[in-house]
Design a protein. Sequence first.
Length: 267
Amino acid sequence: MTRLRHLFGIPLLSVFLLGMGAPGADAVQGSPPDLYAPVPFGPGELASYQVKLGGVSVGSGTMAVLGMETVHGRPTYHTALTVSGGIPLARVNDRFDSWIDAQGLFSRRFKQDQQEVRFERDRTYEFFPETRTYRRLDNGSTGTIPTDAPLDDVSFLFYARTLPLRVGETYTIPRYFKADGNPVVIQVLRRQTITVPAGRFQTIVIRPIIKEKGLFGEGGEAEVYFTDDDRRLMVHMRSKVPLIGSLTLHLRSYRAGEALSAWSAPR
C-alpha cells in the first residue's frame, strides 16, 4: 500500500467520479442548442463503483457529469472523478475535476485534489487551446501544451465514449495535455459479457495506453469495459499494478443524465 501514490496520484487515477445534483443546460445562459456536440452523456449522469485491490474491497469510486458551466465564455460539462478508501494508515481521498468544452470535446480546465497517505497535491490548470498555453491557478506558473484540443485524465475517458470502438481497430490520439504522455493509444480488443453488482452487460473491451506512470501506463495492461450500446457506460475497469496486483472497479449503480443533443453511437 505504500505505492498508493503511484496508483492514484499520477494524472491517471482515471476512472471514477463524484456527482450530486446537476443543473441542466439552462445553467449556461444564452447557449443555443447547436453549441452541444452529440455525446452519450449529459448533466446529472452518475455512476458509482466498488473498488478492489486483488479480491479485497478497499473503497468506492464515482464518475459523473455535475452540470454545465461557462469557462472562458464557452459552455462546458463539469465532470468529476473520485476514489476514496484504502486500509488503516493507508487511506486515499482523491478528486479530479475536468471542464470539457461542450462543442469541441476537449478540456478547458483540470483540477487535481489528492490526499494519499502522507502525499498531498492540489493543482488547477487553465487551458488556452487557441494559443496552446496553460496557466496554473495554484501557483501562477505558465507553459505550453502540445495540442489545440487538450485532453486530461478525466476528459480522455469521456472522449473515448464517443469513438466508434470497432473490435480490432487502434486509435492513436496525440492530444494529452502533457507532451511526454503522447500519443494516447486505444486498442479495441473484443466484445465480452460480464456481470457486476449493477447487473449483466454486453461490453466492448478497450486497452488505453498513456505514456506515463499510472493505471493506463505502458505495461499495466489496463482494460476498460464500456457497454455495447448507445450509453457507452463504463461498467468495469482493471489494471495490473506492480507489487500490489490487480486494481479493479465494478459498477454498482447508474443514473442517466440529461441529453443536450441527439446521440447515436457511431457504427
